[in-house]
Design a protein around this ligand. Structure first.
Ligand code: SME
Length: 160
């Protein structure tokens, strides 16, 4: 099965399993589990949440994989850049990314997708890392942006 078909299937599964669930953590944990089981070479799959108590800092959320850093400041590394710019970051080789945070030296390529609530406020980022260089492309961007947009648009607002 090609990657596009795997994403189509897992998207359907994620939407079915999370249907009617508006708790962000429950949705995030489910997404991490299903994505990392469905896609190849997802070495680390997880969420960093906007910390409501600390300005401009992300804090670790649900994930699958080896130990992740607990906190990341906005602007630092790939996750911090996605949070600061509000733009998806697609990195073929993290060793070429200035300020990359090496939580696990086995990670080589990664994609980080910012996630917004219904009021367009940043609530988290989805970070997927691979041991393979250039593991992520526009197909990953398309589906990961679509999955997170569709699931979290119906989840609670950051201010709820
Ligand atoms: N790679 C990330 C840090 C988080 S971990 O890899 C789990 C980054 O540079 O933002």
């Amino acid at each position: 099965m090609n990657k596009d078909q795997k994403y189509k299937d897992v998207t359907e599964q994620i939407m079915a399993v999370t249907a009617g669930e508006d708790n962000k953590i429950a949705c995030m944990a489910t997404i991490c589990c299903l994505l990392s089981e469905a896609l190849d070479d997802f070495f680390w799959t997880g969420f960093y949440l906007v910390d409501e108590d600390k300005a401009d800092e992300l804090v670790i959320g649900p994930y699958q994989g080896s130990l992740g850093c607990l906190r990341i400041a906005y602007g630092r590394g790939v996750c911090g850049t996605a949070a600061a710019t509000g733009q998806t970051q697609l990195v073929d080789n993290v060793h070429d990314f200035p300020g990359h945070i090496a939580c696990d030296s086995r990670s080589v390529s990664e994609i980080v997708v910012p996630i917004f609530d219904r009021a367009q406020k940043l609530i988290a980022v989805l970070d997927v890392d691979s041991e393979r260089p250039v593991n992520f492309d526009e197909i990953d961007r398309y589906y990961l942006e679509q999955i997170t947009r569709d699931v979290f648009a119906r989840c609670t607002l950051a201010s709820d």
